[in-house]
Design a protein around this ligand. Structure first.
Ligand SMILES: [Zn+2]
Length: 279
């Protein structure tokens, strides 16, 4: 580009014909230089528009700007990280810059000063019992069960009780970062419906126990309910049906064997109370 300035000086100093030749010569030289530069510029413009425009992959959600705590093989922690999510699938985890360059989120959540991590998993619970919170909670296990919880359940457990209690528990679990929970209770179909509404993932077991309870007069009835529950929910994307024998001390050995056979028949998990407190 300094050629132009030089040309002006030549034009003043030399006869017109020579100057014109010099001008043509310089112009051609400039053209030779300019053509690759123009091509490079065009390629750069194209690349920039690809990087910042159409070529970014659309995803439904990007959570960005937080500290990403992965649970991958290297247990990476990414200080300024982001996660790209498309519908129910995590498609990429990387730095905020890298995710922003590759993905275009329909919704973007700014997680600055926050942690982005996999959901917590609650591996034992009876969600609807949140409605008994505080009832005899300072007692030893057997006093708590026999003097308070079992009698209270005889009087109060119903499909509505279970559905309302599970909804409240789901809300509290979501607020605490739990995304998957297990549950063993009664009217487990209502627990499953409430779980589906909440969007949580769960392993849910219909209880089998030796004395009459709200949804079954006998263990055999409990087993039949458990089988119907498994048949209804097997294959659900969020709910994994299970069967829940309450405990070795609330079931006869024959019933425990029948529960094992039921779990084997449908290839579903079993949930049971083992190794509880010695009190
Ligand atoms: Zn329990």
């Amino acid at each position: 580009m300094t050629c132009t300035g030089t040309l002006v000086n030549i034009h003043r100093a030399v006869p017109r014909r020579v100057a014109r030749l010099e001008i043509e010569s310089c112009a051609m030289r400039s053209l030779r230089l300019l053509l690759p530069a123009a091509a490079l510029l065009a390629a750069t413009v194209a690349l920039v528009s690809v990087t910042h425009g159409q070529a970014r992959t659309p995803v439904t959600l990007i959570v960005t700007g937080g500290t990403v705590i992965t649970q991958d093989a290297a247990r990476r922690v990414i200080p300024d990280g982001a996660v790209a999510i498309d519908h129910d699938l995590i498609v990429a985890v990387d730095t905020s810059e890298a995710i922003g360059a590759k993905y275009d989120g329909a919704e973007v959540i700014d997680a600055r000063d926050q942690v982005i991590m996999p959901g917590l998993i609650n591996t034992h619970g009876h969600a609807a019992m949140v409605l008994y919170r505080g009832l005899g909670s300072d007692l030893a296990l057997m006093d708590w069960l026999n003097k308070y919880i079992f009698p209270a359940e005889q009087k109060t457990v119903s499909p509505d009780f279970v559905r309302i209690g599970t909804r409240l528990a789901a809300l509290e679990m979501i607020e605490s970062g739990t995304t998957t929970f297990t549950d063993m209770y009664y009217f487990e179909g209502d627990v499953a419906e409430a779980t589906r509404e909440s969007g949580l993932r769960a392993v849910l077991g219909e209880s089998v126990i030796k004395f009459p309870v709200a949804d079954a007069a006998t263990p055999e009835e409990g087993l039949a309910r458990a089988e119907a529950f498994i048949q209804q929910w097997k294959g659900d994307p969020l709910v994994t049906p299970a069967v829940a024998p309450h405990a070795p001390y609330t079931l006869e050995p024959a019933t425990l064997k029948a529960v094992r056979a039921l779990a084997n028949k449908y290839d579903v998990p079993m949930l049971i109370h083992l190794a509880e407190t010695q009190d």
